[in-house]
Structures are given as structure tokens and as C-alpha cells.
Design a protein around this ligand. Structure first.
Ligand code: ARG
Ligand code: ZN
Length: 884
């Protein structure tokens, strides 16, 4: 129908642009379709001629028919954006190869062959940061999950394990340091100004663990002697000038190596362990065999530029990547659906490590806070998936809080049910049985069953079902008996309308109101939809403390009387439960207040209870400041939203800020005194000084809400006299939310002081983008035009835009401008770095749980994105699921 053809202004229909076709759905990969690969690749020899704009890769694969797989007349070698320049089989150039959807198909007739392939890549054009890419003049790789296929053609799947020999060569000037997996075998120079190095990794590994680095780097070197007496050379490689900030990372690494020997019996297995820090990186870090590559954010720290939180994160990520050497590398994953096999387990291992390095209870509270702020919303939204997903279009989208953090919680429950010793036996059996293999989650569960003596038949449902189980709790009292009624319900999630009950281990205690004590904690496992338990010997109704230590990743639903929460907040001997009682007190109040369900009398009573609980937390001399700081953190915006079927983000924000203001003004004296007391504690990196810093900024947060004039002065003084980044950034954060000349001054001062340090400038962007300031949208728009903003650097993008999604008054502005800003970012970033772009879809995906007018706006932005032509697989998948 020519009449309807859209025409150009000059009316010529032939010149008209056809309306752009929306992106076609990429293929859905299903867990059930797993089949072993038809070929084994026992050996790989790679040669790299390195250049920033042109790197030539020669790859030689020894392939053998896999007796355990179906026979094939071809070998499919996956490729992504590369072309074969030469293909030889058994030394003869062939023309019979073909391409299929980017993959190289080579016909093979015998049982073993030698395939050689030449490819050429341009690392400087690799803005996705997957495969081989350039960062600040250096070359490095990221191959997990499917980046190796951007370097050369290969069966790029985790169940194909090979021994790698690598020869790399390049300009000695440009790349004085040449690193690869395993051990250095030989190196040399040539008269033409190039040099070379040969590396050999004796441990068979999948391609996702391959890594290479070439650049002008300097090392912090140390050694570690393993439990069996082998000496390992350790090196942390950074750019010149960053060396002074690597000591904490090195110290963390050595402590992690020792801890893994002592706690899990795991020893390191190469002569060298190299860590390289790069400033352009999509994720936190990567566990490549013997050559970990880290985001600089998780390596570099000194007291002037890194906060206490940064120090903890470095310790945790260093340990995490190191621990992967066993849980991930020695035993890897059969396919990417098994990702939680290595990630959930390794997160649990790094959490236990950090618990042992610092305060166990504070670490537990922090981990639960992250779970609730990120994983719970994921589990109740359109992107919900089991820790072992059933399908994906782009695996990068499944590096999620569910796979990582809920995965860790699920394994932690196993440990809770059998105790640490039996759990250790189960882990020993797992490592023993599967060393050198590509295993499944099922293999892990079976090893724990056999080694720890647990029956996990029903427990396996935790791997299969998405959704946070809800546990209803009711305590009855009659005569001298208390009866506990428990019931559970796993909510429906996309693709899973019906759920079965899961075993839920609940640590609980019943307190006597008079004595403030209990007769010992019990572990109850709720296996069915419902259960009732009786406890005798209670003349008066006891106070129930349940899910102590957060023994199960569930949502407890219970109408606990306010006086019981106040009792637990003051008396519970389980520090987590004490924190939880404070949270519950506030959550119940804010939930009801934000949904307009709070009559003024109950509002006043709720405020009174919260005020007195906070007053005692501020002044209780038995508390250390690190724990006090936890008790004083208000439940986050996203966790409060979770409590409501449909939430009004602005109402939550206003009620939450209102409560802060009330606490800040009514407890002004107490908070100011706490700030003064903590300011007198001498600076240092010990727990006391860290605790002092934590409560100082807490005090400022409440004072800023309640008595801003007074807070400005204290904050400005804290900023000016700060001798460390924790104090300085805490003060700046508070000032950034206020309209005042101090704000302008300190923001400028901070920029000037730290303009040469990208990681600190990231903080500078984030603090403004996530501020409580009413003009936050204007600030973000201006910052996006700042010369230091760079859309190609993921840390910078996250520090501006991800931070902004955490500013409710901006992101959820009634005009929809916040949503538009994020959607515009996604569209601009998608062609540059799809993996990072797709991460921004989730905040918009919450529309079903958001108040109606905003929901319409959020949905409209998702639809606008979905209509874009040539969306990446990453963004396509996330947007489609979010609209679904
Ligand atoms: N395995 C890395 C880690 O421990 C994460 C790498 C993910 N990379 C990616 N491009 N999806 O935790
Ligand atoms: Zn990991």
C-alpha cells in the first residue's frame, strides 16, 4: 500500500526510511538441552603478536573424538566478531571450512587432529571489554563467560578442559611486562625491539579461565609458603604510582591463602600467583588460573583515598577470587546453568573468611542487608530466577545477586543443618571426588549428602524454585505451654506459578520476660507447608526470637507486639536478632506510614518505641561502636518497598526521611555527644577506630535530617579535619544532601584534592548522584557533561547512573524524568558496552510493584527501549523479561 508508505519531506517515497525493525529474539538456551561436546581438546598452543590496534593470534588445537558424546563430522568452534585468516588441519591448509552464525565449522574425519587457526583482532576497538581489550595503553583479557570466542575460534564452553601453552610477543617499550596463566617457562628479546615470553599452565582448564596481560606495570612482590612447604611467588601488578596502595590487597591475599588451608584444607597449586589491576572492567574481578584480573577498585587503597568499606571490599574480593582456585578452577562448572556451583559456594567461603577476620556478627548483618536490598527485590520481580536457572539468552545477565548471594545462603543453610565439622567433611569429599572435573550443582549436593551425612532430597528444591519463601509465625500461650505455629509459602515467579514447600532451618529461642534469658537455642526445620511445635514450662508468655543469625533466607511475617521487639532489641543475646528487632520495629512503622495505614495514635506510639530503642542503642555502653553503627542504620528504601504489594516510592522516601528528622531532632543531644565522643578516639585501622568512624557519620546523618544548621557545622569540621577517606567522604555525603554554601565549597575542594585519582573521582560522582538534594536530577545531567565523565569506563558509568537509581526523589520523580535519564543511558551505552547497559534495566523493571502513575512511565521507557533496532542480546533479554 504505497499511499501509506511514510515519505521523506520532499515526498519521494523511495527515499523513505523503513520504520526500523525491532530487534529479533536471540536464541533461548535451555538447561535440559545439555549434551557433552563431541570433541576433547586436551592441548592448546597459542601465539600472540601483540599490538593495541592489531593483535595476531595463532591457535593450535589438538582435538580427539569424545567417546562419551555423539559422533560428529564437524567440529564447531565458536567465534564472535572474528574471521579466520587461515585454517589448517594436520598441517594442510583447507578450504572446506564454513561459517555458521559467527562460528567456524571444520569438517573432520579421523579420531584425532591438529587444527590451526589464525585470527586478527583490534583490542582498541573492543569497548565491550570482553575478550582482549586495551585499557590505558595496556592489553588484558576478560573471558568469562563467553569472551574467549572473541579472541580465537574455540569450543568456548566450561566442560572442555585443556592444557595451555602460550607464547606472547610484542614491543618491549610498550609492553615491558608479559603475563599469562601458569608458570613462566622462557623469555627473551629480539634485536627489533620486541620481546617474548612463554607460559605454561599445567592444570587443564576451560577457556573462560584463560588470561593474558601485557603492559607497563610494576609489582608489589611477596611470597607465601604453603602448608606443605612450597614457596609461592606473589605479585600484584599496577601502574607506576599506584604501588603504594597495594599493601592491603597483598595482606588480604596472604591471609586468604592461610585461611583456606586452615579452614577448608585447600593449598595453592602453582609457583606463582599474579594479580593485575585494570581500570576498565565490567565486574569486580576474575579468577583466571594463576593470573587474577581485578578492577582497580578492589585492589588500590590507602587511608587518604579509601574508606573502611573499601578496605573490607578489597579483603572480600581478594579472598573470593583466590578461593575460586579450588571452588571454580580445580572443580569447574559443567555448563553455565551451574554457575552457582562456583559462585554461591565461593561467596559463602569469602563471607566466612571475612567473618573470621573481623566481627562475625557485623559481617553477617552486612551480608543480610545486601541480600535484602538487592536479591529480595530481584526474587520478587520480573527477573526472578532460581539459583540454578533453567534458560537464558545471554549468560552475562545471570551473574546476579540470586546466583551469588542467595546461592551462598542456600549452602550456608546446609552448613547450619549439619554443623561446621560435617560440612567440612562434605566439602572435602566434593573436592576429592570432582578435582579436575566440570561438575554440576547436583554433584555438590550429593557430595555434601554423602560426606556430611545429610538428607537433601527435598532441599534440592532450593536450587529449582525462585522466589523468597514467606514464613508466617504465630505464638500462642496457654497454661504453661507455648505453641509455635509456622507456615510457609513460596510465591509464584515468572514461569513458576506453583511451588512446593522447602526445608527451612530456623534457629530460635524463647525468652523469659522477667529474667531476660532463655534455656538454649534450638534448630527447627520447617519441612512442610505447616507445623506446630509446643514448648512447656512457660508460666507466662515467652518472647520469641526466630531466624536467629538469619539461618534461612526467608521473609518472616509476624505481628510481633511492639513491646516484644523492644525487649529483643535490648536483650537478645544473638546480635543479628537484636539488629533484626530494631529493623522490624522500623519496617513495620514505615510500611504502615508509607501506605497511609497509620492512624495518628499508632503513629505516635510507633515513633515513641523507635525513639526509645534508638536512644538506648546510642547510649548503651555494652555495645561496641561497629555493632552500634549497624543498629543505627535504618532499613533501606528497597527493603521497605518489598513489604508492600505496590509501593509509592516518594511516600516511602518522605516517611523514611521524616523518621530520620524526628530521631535527629529529638536525640540531638545524644547524637552530638556520640559524635564528640567518637571524634576523640585516636585515628587508626583497629576495630575501635573503625567503629568510631562509623558512628560519627551515622550521627551526622541523623543530625542533618533533624537539625541541618547544626549538622552543617559539624560536618564541615569533620570534612576539614579528616585524616582519612571514611571521615571525609562521610561528611561530604551528608553535606551533598543539603542546600548550603558548605556543600558547594566541599564538593569543589574534594574534586580539586583528588582530581588525579579516578577511584576517588568515582566517589565524587556517586555522592552527588545519590544525594538527598532536591535538585539531584539537574546535578546528574550536569555531571554527565562533566569532562571527567566517560561512558566507556564502567566504574564511572556506575558511579553516576547506578548511584542515581538509589536517589528516590530523583529516579522516581513524578515527571518521569529520572526514568527517561536511565532509559537514554541504556540506549546510548548498549552499542558500546551491552553487559553494563543491561544492568540498568532492573531498576525500571520494578514497575509492577510501583504506584500506578509511575508504573506507566517506567513501562513506557521499557517499551521505548524494546523498540530500538539492533539491541544487544543482553539488553533485549532484560527488557523483554521486564515487560513480560
Ligand atoms: N567469576 C567472576 C567472579 O567472581 C565474575 C566474572 C563475571 N564476568 C562476566 N563478564 N560476567 O566473581
Ligand atoms: Zn566469583
Amino acid at each position: 500500500d504505497i499511499a501509506r508508505t511514510p515519505s521523506t519531506p520532499d515526498g519521494n517515497p523511495e527515499m523513505a526510511d523503513a520504520p526500523p525493525e525491532p530487534t529479533k529474539a536471540p536464541q533461548l538456551i535451555q538447561r535440559e538441552d545439555y549434551a557433552p561436546f563431541a570433541w576433547l581438546v586436551p592441548e592448546v598452543a597459542l601465539r600472540f603478536d601483540l599490538g593495541i590496534e592489531r593483535t595476531r593470534v595463532h591457535s593450535a588445537l589438538t582435538v580427539q573424538r569424545n567417546a562419551r558424546a555423539n559422533t560428529a563430522e564437524f567440529i564447531r568452534l565458536e567465534g564472535d566478531g572474528i574471521t579466520p585468516l587461515e585454517v589448517t588441519v594436520d598441517g594442510e591448509a583447507i578450504n572446506s571450512w564454513s561459517m555458521d552464525d559467527g562460528d567456524l565449522m571444520v569438517p573432520l574425519s579421523g579420531d584425532t587432529h591438529q587444527i590451526e587457526i589464525v585470527t586478527e583482532i583490534d583490542p582498541s576497538a573492543n569497548t565491550q571489554l570482553m575478550g582482549l581489550f586495551a585499557s590505558n595503553g595496556m592489553l588484558c583479557t576478560q573471558c568469562e563467560a563467553e569472551g574467549f570466542r572473541r579472541i580465537t575460534f574455540f569450543p568456548d564452553r566450561p566442560d572442555v578442559l585443556s592444557v595451555y601453552s602460550v607464547r606472547m610477543s610484542g614491543s618491549k617499550d610498550q609492553f615491558p611486562i608479559l603475563l599469562c596463566n601458569g608458570n613462566l617457562k622462557a623469555s627473551g628479546e629480539r634485536p627489533d625491539g620486541t620481546h617474548w615470553a612463554e607460559w605454561h599452565d599445567p592444570w587443564p582448564k576451560p577457556s573462560y579461565l584463560f588470561a593474558l596481560v601485557a603492559g607497563d606495570l610494576v609489582a608489589n612482590r611477596d611470597t607465601f609458603t604453603t602448608s606443605s612447604g612450597r614457596e609461592v611467588e606473589l605479585a600484584i601488578w599496577v601502574r607506576d604510582g599506584d604501588l603504594e596502595r597495594t599493601d592491603h590487597a597483598m595482606d588480604s591475599l596472604k591471609r586468604a591463602m592461610k585461611w583456606d588451608e586452615e579452614t577448608f584444607g585447600r593449598e595453592y597449586d602453582l609457583d606463582t600467583f599474579n594479580v593485575v589491576a585494570v581500570s576498565d572492567f565490567n565486574m569486580g574481578a576474575m579468577e583466571n588460573k594463576g593470573l587474577n584480573i581485578f578492577n582497580t577498585k578492589y585492589v588500590l587503597a590507602d587511608r587518604a583515598t579509601a574508606t573502611d568499606g573499601d578496605y573490607d571490599a578489597i579483603e572480600g574480593v581478594m579472598a573470593h577470587e583466590y578461593f575460586h582456585n579450588w571452588s571454580g578452577n580445580r572443580v569447574t562448572c559443567r555448563d553455565w546453568f551451574q554457575l552457582s556451583l562456583k559462585e554461591g559456594f565461593t561467596v559463602l567461603r569469602d563471607q566466612l573468611f571475612s567473618q573470621d577476620m573481623g566481627s562475625e556478627s557485623v559481617k553477617r548483618i552486612e551480608d543480610v542487608r545486601v541480600l535484602r536490598a538487592v536479591q529480595f527485590p530481584e526474587d520478587s520481580g520480573p527477573l526472578a530466577h532460581p539459583i540454578r536457572p533453567d534458560s537464558y539468552r545471554e549468560i552475562s545477565n545471570f551473574y546476579t545477586s540470586t546466583v551469588y548471594n542467595k546461592g551462598a545462603e542456600v549452602i550456608r543453610m546446609m552448613r547450619t543443618m549439619c554443623g561446621p565439622e560435617r560440612f567440612r567433611s562434605g566439602c572435602d569429599l566434593y573436592f576429592d571426588r570432582h578435582d579436575g572435573q566440570a561438575a554440576t550443582c547436583e554433584d555438590f549436593i550429593t557430595a555434601i549428602e554423602d560426606g556430611a551425612g545429610l538428607d537433601l532430597r527435598q532441599f534440592r528444591l532450593w536450587y529449582r524454585q525462585a522466589g523468597t519463601p514467606k514464613v508466617k509465625v504465630r505464638l500462642e500461650h496457654d497454661g504453661d505451654t507455648a505453641t509455635l505455629h509456622l507456615s510457609q509459602d513460596v510465591p509464584p515467579t515468572p514461569g513458576q506459578p506453583e511451588k512446593l514447600p522447602v526445608p527451612i532451618p530456623l534457629r530460635l529461642a524463647l525468652f523469659d520476660r522477667e529474667s531476660g534469658e532463655h534455656e538454649g537455642e534450638q534448630l527447627v526445620i520447617l519441612e512442610h507447608a505447616q507445623a506446630s511445635l509446643t514448648f512447656s514450662g512457660f508460666a507466662a508468655p515467652p518472647v520469641l526470637s526466630i531466624n536467629r543469625g538469619f539461618s534461612a533466607p526467608v521473609a518472616i511475617e509476624r505481628d510481633t507486639p511492639v513491646e516484644d521487639l523492644v525487649f529483643l532489641a535490648a536483650n537478645d543475646d544473638d546480635p543479628f536478632a537484636r539488629y533484626e528487632a530494631m529493623q522490624d520495629l522500623v519496617v513495620a512503622y514505615l510500611r504502615d506510614a508509607a501506605s497511609g495505614a497509620l492512624a495518628s495514635e499508632r503513629r505516635a506510639a510507633g515513633q515513641q518505641a523507635i525513639l526509645s530503642a534508638f536512644a538506648s542503642a546510642v547510649t548503651d555502653e555494652a555495645l561496641d561502636d561497629l555493632m552500634r553503627g549497624e543498629l543505627l542504620i535504618l532499613p533501606g528504601h528497597s527493603y521497605i518497598s518489598e513489604q508492600l504489594a505496590v509501593a509509592d516510592p516518594l511516600a516511602i522516601h518522605q516517611e523514611r526521611e521524616g523518621l530520620k528528622a524526628l530521631l535527629g531532632s529529638r536525640l540531638q543531644t545524644e547524637f552530638a555527644a556520640m559524635h564528640a565522643r567518637a571524634s576523640a578516639i585516636s585515628d587508626g585501622s583497629d576495630a575501635v577506630a573503625r567503629g568510631a568512624r562509623k558512628v560519627k557519620t551515622q550521627a551526622l546523618v541523623y543530625l542533618a535530617a533533624g537539625v541541618p544548621e547544626r549538622a552543617k557545622e559539624i560536618a564541615a569540621a569533620q570534612y576539614d579535619t579528616a585524616t582519612n577517606m571514611t571521615d571525609r567522604l562521610g561528611a561530604l555525603m551528608v553535606l551533598a544532601g543539603l542546600r548550603s554554601p558548605e556543600r558547594t565549597d566541599k564538593i569543589l575542594d574534594f574534586y580539586t584534592r583528588f582530581r588525579d585519582n579516578p577511584l576517588v573521582i568515582d566517589k565524587w560522582f556517586a555522592i552527588q548522584a545519590q544525594s538527598l538534594h532536591p535538585d539531584v536530577i539537574e546535578h546528574v545531567k550536569a555531571l554527565a557533561k562533566h569532562p571527567d565523565f566517560n561512558i566507556r569506563n564502567p566504574n564511572r558509568v556506575r558511579s553516576l547512573f547506578m548511584a542515581f537509581t538509589g536517589a528516590p526523589q530523583g529516579f522516581h520523580a513524578a515527571s518521569g524524568e529520572g526514568y527517561r535519564l536511565i532509559a537514554d543511558l541504556i540506549l546510548e551505552l548498549d552499542p558500546i558496552n551491552p553487559q553494563t547497559a543491561a544492568r540498568f534495566v532492573a531498576p525500571l523493571g520494578r514497575w509492577r510493584r510501583t504506584e500506578r502513575d509511575r508504573a506507566t512511565l517506567m513501562r513506557a521507557e521499557l517499551e521505548r527501549i524494546s523498540k530500538a533496532p539492533k539491541l544487544s542480546r543482553d539488553t533485549f533479554e532484560q527488557v523483554t523479561r521486564s515487560l513480560g
